[in-house]
Design a protein around this ligand. Structure first.
Ligand code: THJ
Length: 107
């Protein structure tokens, strides 16, 4: 099957926790530096050609952005390059971090 799936946060968290899953954060570097999901890798459009060569096409690939729109753009591209298990996270990072995460926690 080609294409990608849109998934919610609970499913995204479950898939991201699986061994071998690649988790991509496609927001800008500044947003990533301010906070991101553990284990995520920050990537941009320029890196797409390298990523389609580098990442496993059979391993799950979970992509999130700010709200779940641009991650679909990336997901479509990976799927078109033969990635079999591609997910775009509905709600993006904003949903993933949850309503209680607005303020960074102080040490
Ligand atoms: O990152 S976004 O396209 O969902 S605003």
């Amino acid at each position: 099957m080609s294409g990608y799936q849109r998934i919610g946060i609970a499913e995204a968290q479950a898939i991201a926790a699986r061994e071998g899953t690649a988790l991509l954060d496609v927001r800008d570097a500044r947003a990533f530096a301010q906070g991101h999901v553990d284990g995520a890798r920050n990537v941009g459009e320029k890196e797409l050609p390298n990523l389609v060569e580098e990442l496993s096409k059979s391993a799950p690939l979970v992509i999130y952005c700010y709200h779940g729109n641009s991650s679909q753009f990336y997901a479509r591209i990976f799927a078109a390059h033969g990635f079999a298990d591609v997910y775009s996270v509905d709600g993006g990072y904003e949903a993933w971090r949850g309503p209680n995460a607005a303020a960074p926690s102080a040490p």
